[in-house]
Design a protein around this ligand. Structure first.
Ligand SMILES: NC(=O)c1ccc[n+]([C@@H]2O[C@H](COP(=O)([O-])OP(=O)(O)OC[C@H]3O[C@@H](n4cnc5c(N)ncnc54)[C@H](OP(=O)(O)O)[C@@H]3O)[C@@H](O)[C@H]2O)c1
Length: 306
């Protein structure tokens, strides 16, 4: 697709992936960033008007209902965002990159899931995301779906930030060791999307998988987070039944990424390396904040003394 001069709409631009895309694309001409307030993707008329008025050529849909457990109690809202919202964007945008999830699978595989493998979601979140994929493939002229997994970034709600917070508060944490997958740095996914953008073939509808390289359990992931951040919190492995959650999650959701790597000549780094970078970024931000607070404190003390 000719994307150099295209008008591109990025929905959900304040989420993890949206933020990472904005960091890399910045104020480039023709890029329209919207959050829920500017464009609620569940409002069909609003989607139609926005796309028409701004002559959008391509949509990158980063908006989603991502609260996996809460979705069990709010299936209609999760469906409106993950399914219908995606459908409207594909219908009016015509050309779309849509993000989906490893949770469309039931986790009974023992080998990495290929994009054409049978889907069988075991949660409301997974079912609504699958319905979104199907609607995008049905409605779009050019549709590229990227399933990803275990997404984290230096900002936003995610496992890495939760573990860092808990790791400072507690000496010991228990984390499930019998759910296996591959973490994904939202920044790496954003970079991959930018690299593949100019290579998309008009009129194709394709489903790809993207995560960082490597495989781990949540327990391994948490252990690595403590090691990389230098926190002394001890991580102990438990089984899923010992940590009951509203939504069921697949026990194994490693994704086979051969398609995206071959078709777009992508090199993907190992999750551990990406995690290291993210933790450095979080630590640098925390240090910067601390220094600013100290300066502010000094200023106030000086002013009080005058
Ligand atoms: N996070 C993961 O672990 C994970 C795993 C696998 C796949 N994925 C997929 O990856 C994609 C990006 O995920 P992410 O982690 O970046 O998600 P995120 O951080 O939760 O961001 C989603 C964004 O969508 C916005 N949004 C929600 N409802 C909306 C609506 N009706 N209209 C417009 N915007 C709306 C949210 O705004 P509010 O904050 O206002 O709600 C939020 O800014 C999603 O498709 C997700 O399903 C994520």
């Amino acid at each position: 697709m000719e994307t150099a001069k295209a008008n591109v709409l990025i929905t959900g631009s304040k989420g993890q992936l949206g933020t990472e895309l904005r960091k890399r694309l910045g104020g480039k001409e023709g890029i329209f960033y919207t959050d829920r307030e500017e464009l609620d993707i569940t409002d069909e008329q609003a989607v139609k008007s926005y796309i028409t008025n701004n002559q959008i050529d391509l949509v990158i849909n980063c908006a989603a209902y991502t609260a996996v457990d809460r979705a069990e109690d709010e299936p209609a809202l999760a469906d409106a965002i993950n399914h219908l919202g995606a459908k409207y964007l594909a219908k009016y945008g015509r050309n779309i990159i849509h993000i989906s999830t490893d949770y469309v699978f039931d986790g009974t595989n023992h080998l990495p899931y290929k994009s054409e493998d049978r889907t069988n979601p075991v949660s409301v979140y997974g079912s609504t995301k699958l319905a979104g994929e199907q609607a995008v493939l049905a409605e779009a002229q050019t549709g590229l779906i990227i399933r990803t997994a275990w997404v984290y970034a230096a900002e936003g709600r995610n496992f890495v930030r939760t573990m860092l917070r808990l790791g400072k508060e507690r000496e010991k944490l228990t984390v499930v060791a019998d759910q296996v997958g591959s973490p994904t740095h939202a920044g790496d996914l954003a970079q991959a999307i930018i690299e593949l953008l100019p290579q998309i073939k008009s009129g194709t509808k394709v489903l790809y998988h993207y995560t960082n390289e490597g495989v781990c359990s949540w327990y391994d992931f948490a252990t690595a987070i403590m090691e990389e951040s230098g926190l002394g919190c001890q991580i102990e492995p438990i089984e899923t039944w010992q940590y009951p959650t509203k939504a069921r999650r697949p026990a194994y959701s490693v994704l086979n990424k051969t398609g995206i790597k071959q078709d777009f000549n992508l090199t993907i780094r190992h999750w551990r390396e990406a995690l290291r970078d993210c933790i450095r970024e979080i630590q640098a931000k925390a240090e910067e904040k601390k220094q600013m607070e100290e300066k502010e404190q000094e200023k106030q003390t000086k002013e009080a003394g005058q």
